[in-house]
Design a protein around this ligand. Structure first.
Ligand code: UN1
Length: 509
């Protein structure tokens, strides 16, 4: 491959896309923060960064904007998100392509991510007329008790490279209809897509007409800027997506100032393949779940427990899929697996493979694929047959490694399934109702997402997204996740002429 001309063309294409999406050239050139594409490893921008003082000023502006925005009726706030959905539809192809350039996703996954943004906008528009509170039966005559949901304030969003745009939209669409304002600190690995989202949002604001300025803003910079967001007293809630290590730092800092948090951290997601499983279906689900997005989704399938009765039927087919999967540039080929985000991800993967080998793991794949670009890291996904549920299998490695263990007893498979720190996504392949119901029951999967006959990844926005244990416990996206972006007031109204006290207390003065 002629890397020189490919590199030049990626850089040129990126600039053209950014201009088309509405990002000013001054926002992506002449600065101190270099941005790279994992597709070729080439530098594609030099972004000017915000200082800590800039970040503080941006948060103050968001706090001012909140004072007005909270007073706009919720269905009208929904209108802004409806316009955002329209703008995203208009920009879908360009933004999807920019996601492929900046995060290395294959085209259908880049576009699919933008589709998730459109879907959450639709969801939030409906929600803007459904921010319901309960009316509660009161024990006192002539009284009414009810709940009112109010906006919270400034919502901080911290997002990771692997879903560089969708995670912002899950949080922002809900936060905005809930009456909050948003300050977003995207991953340093994917600032360009964030600036593109801001430009798209600004177009929706312009069409909306009379929204206060600064209801959604982006912070460009490194970790120190994220820390300003986490520690600022005017930020009411921080929704942070990333590693468990990051969550361990962010969580206590927020707790210290009694701010709210939504933590969406690591996953070490597993599947169980039972004797009755439809193996064709399981094979496709496993291949997509484990190799899709080059193993870089929070929901990626990382561990697989296969019953001894079907092990020898499934494994040869799985190995064949691993050996034949296409790996290559998401911009120039129709490969199913694109690059790892950077060298550190590649090294982390190699280390995990070596450690697994040392304790008896049998490895298929895992080698680097040479595309001619020295600083781009493409790998064959690795399938590792493990003698036990042990070693690196117990930790999340953010790369395409699937560990497989044979089981004979269902309870033993369940025990291994739950025996890790993270608790994000899980799945079972079975046609046996007792097994599938048990998997979903209180003593089944301990994850926030538990699926039957469908893989661990690719969740729809309509459900609440998040997980338990070291995954952090937060929920984003659908169902009633919106409640985390609002504060609940319990209101008791006395419309009688007496003052009956609760709990039978008498206090006559
Ligand atoms: C993530 O990897 O951060 O379930 C989110 C999925 C996607 C979201 C993943 N809808 O794979």
């Amino acid at each position: 491959m002629d890397t020189q001309s490919t590199e030049k063309s990626v850089s040129t294409e990126t600039r053209a896309l950014l201009a088309k999406l509405g990002v000013a050239d001054t926002a992506v050139s002449g600065g101190t923060m270099a941005s790279f594409t994992p597709v070729t490893g080439e530098k594609i921008a030099d972004l000017p960064v915000h200082s800590a003082a800039d970040a503080g000023a941006i948060i103050e502006r968001a706090a001012n904007a909140f004072r007005d925005w909270r007073l706009v009726p919720a269905p009208k706030r929904g209108e802004l998100i409806r316009l955002l959905g329209e703008e995203l539809r208009a920009s879908k192809a360009d933004l999807g392509r920019l996601v492929s350039i900046e995060a290395g996703k294959i085209p259908s996954e880049g576009l699919g991510e933008v589709q998730e943004m459109i879907d959450i906008c639709d969801f939030a528009v409906g929600l803007s007329r459904q921010l319901y509170g309960l009316t509660i039966a009161t024990e006192r005559p002539g009284h009414r008790m009810m709940e009112t949901w109010h906006p919270l304030g400034v919502v901080g969003v911290i997002s990771a490279f692997n879903f560089p745009v969708a995670v912002w939209s899950w949080n922002t669409a809900l936060a905005i209809v809930a009456g909050n304002t948003v300050v977003w600190k995207p991953s340093e690995k994917t600032p360009l897509t964030a600036l593109a989202c801001q430009a798209i949002f600004d177009r929706a604001i312009k069409r909306f007409g009379d929204a206060p300025a600064d209801i959604s803003q982006v912070l460009v910079g490194d970790r120190s800027i994220g820390e300003v967001l986490v520690d600022h007293p005017k930020v009411a809630l921080v929704s942070a997506t990333g590693s468990t290590r990051m969550g361990r730092e962010v969580g206590p800092r927020l707790a210290k100032r009694f701010a709210r948090s939504i933590l969406e951290l690591g996953g070490n997601n597993a599947g169980i393949v039972c004797p009755s499983a439809d193996l064709d279906m399981a094979l496709r689900a496993i291949a997509f779940g484990a190799m899709g997005t080059a193993g870089q989704r929070c929901t990626t399938l990382r561990r697989l427990f296969v019953h001894a009765d079907v092990y020898d039927k499934l494994l040869p087919r799985l190995k064949k899929a691993y050996e034949s999967v296409s790996v290559g540039s998401p911009l120039e080929t129709s490969a199913l697996v694109g690059p790892l985000i950077d060298k550190a991800a590649f090294e982390g993967m190699q280390k995990a493979i070596e450690t697994a080998k040392a304790i008896g793991g049998q490895v298929t794949g895992g080698d680097r694929v040479d595309t001619g670009a020295a600083e781009a890291y493409y790998v064959k996904p690795a399938l590792i047959e493990m003698p036990d549920h042990a070693g690196p299998m117990l930790e999340e490695t953010f790369a395409p490694i699937l560990y497989v263990v044979k089981y004979t007893e269902f309870d033993e498979a369940l025990r291994m399934h739950n025996d890790v720190g993270a608790g994000l996504s899980s799945s079972i392949f079975t046609l046996n109702m007792q097994e599938s119901e048990r998997f979903l029951a209180v003593d089944g999967s301990d994850c926030g997402i538990a699926n039957v006959n469908i893989g661990t990844s690719g969740a729809e926005i309509g459900g609440a997204f998040g997980g338990e244990k070291e995954t952090g416990g937060g929920r984003e996206s659908g169902s009633d996740a919106w409640k985390a972006y609002m504060r609940r007031a319990t209101n008791t109204v006395n419309y009688s002429k007496a003052l009956p006290l609760a709990q039978g207390v008498s206090f006559d003065i």
